[in-house]
Design a binder for this molecule. Structure first.
Ligand code: 13P
Length: 252
């Protein structure tokens, strides 16, 4: 049985006190969702410590939205994987399309970041996904394949056991435009096939999350698909009620 995951990517939202309130709200309502659903929240770096404290005693896990490609040293403004791990993070989002698009993250950088994540016991949530032009040109399969081959294929079999993939079509992020459940299933199944070509049966255990305008009203239909193991949620993760309602979308 693959893990079911609902992860919240808060992006650059909330002040520390608001983040603490949000985390407390999620923890307070957590009992309304089946215990087999794993919840992860990924606040900005600045609130990791306070959010970790607010989540103490709950089973909500903590993740960061990024980490540095280097271990430590003269890299002004960067945050090392060891630092976020020390604050209680278990996960780190890597390769989000916003990082690729606005901060020029390439597969080369991402290979280093993945290495740092594993060296510090973190599970990467590695994001892949095509933009609108690529989807319209029917290149989405090739795009996600390359994003996986150039980074995930460099992992060892042991590292691969601790990996979460998030498929996030760029055209669906923050646009209100969601991939249909069938579109999600089609590409998730393809991603699993690409993973299996390298890692064999272990690909059956890798959680593949859908992200992009996922909300309470569409989560259940998307999560019902065979190869969709949950969601990476942006906007709807900023309201505890909506985030929890997305978790309630699991029926399998
Ligand atoms: P939205 O849910 O706001 O579309 O964002 C998705 C996302 O990018 C999560 O990482």
């Amino acid at each position: 049985m693959r893990k079911k995951i609902v992860a919240g990517n808060w992006k650059m939202n909330t002040l520390p006190a608001e983040g603490v309130e949000l985390a407390k709200g999620v923890a307070a309502g957590r009992g309304t969702v089946c215990p087999s659903v794993n919840f992860i929240v990924c606040p900005p770096f600045t609130h990791l410590s306070e959010v970790a404290a607010a989540l103490k005693g709950s089973d909500i896990e903590l993740g960061a939205q990024n980490c540095a490609a280097e271990a430590k040293g003269a890299y002004t403004g960067e945050v090392a994987a060891s630092m976020i791990a020390a604050l209680g993070c278990k996960y780190v989002i890597l390769g989000h399309s916003e990082r690729r698009q606005y901060y020029g993250e390439t597969s080369e950088t991402l290979n280093k970041k993945m290495e740092q994540a594993y060296a510090n016991g973190l599970t990467p949530i590695y994001c892949v996904g095509e933009n609108l032009a690529e989807r319209e040109a029917d290149k989405h399969f090739d795009v996600v394949k390359a994003q996986i081959e150039e980074v995930v294929y460099n992992l060892t079999a042991e590292q691969f056991k601790h990996l979460v993939i998030a498929y996030e079509p760029v055209w669906a992020i923050g646009t209100g435009k969601t991939a249909t459940a069938d579109q999600a299933q089609e590409i998730h199944a393809y991603i699993r096939k690409v993973l299996a070509a390298k890692f064999g049966e272990a690909a059956d255990e890798c959680p593949i999350l859908y992200g992009g305008s996922c909300k309470p009203s569409n989560a259940a239909e998307i999560f019902a698909k065979q190869d969709v193991d949950g969601g990476l949620i942006g906007g709807a993760a900023l309201k505890a009620e909506d985030f929890l309602a997305i978790g309630q979308g699991f029926s399998k």
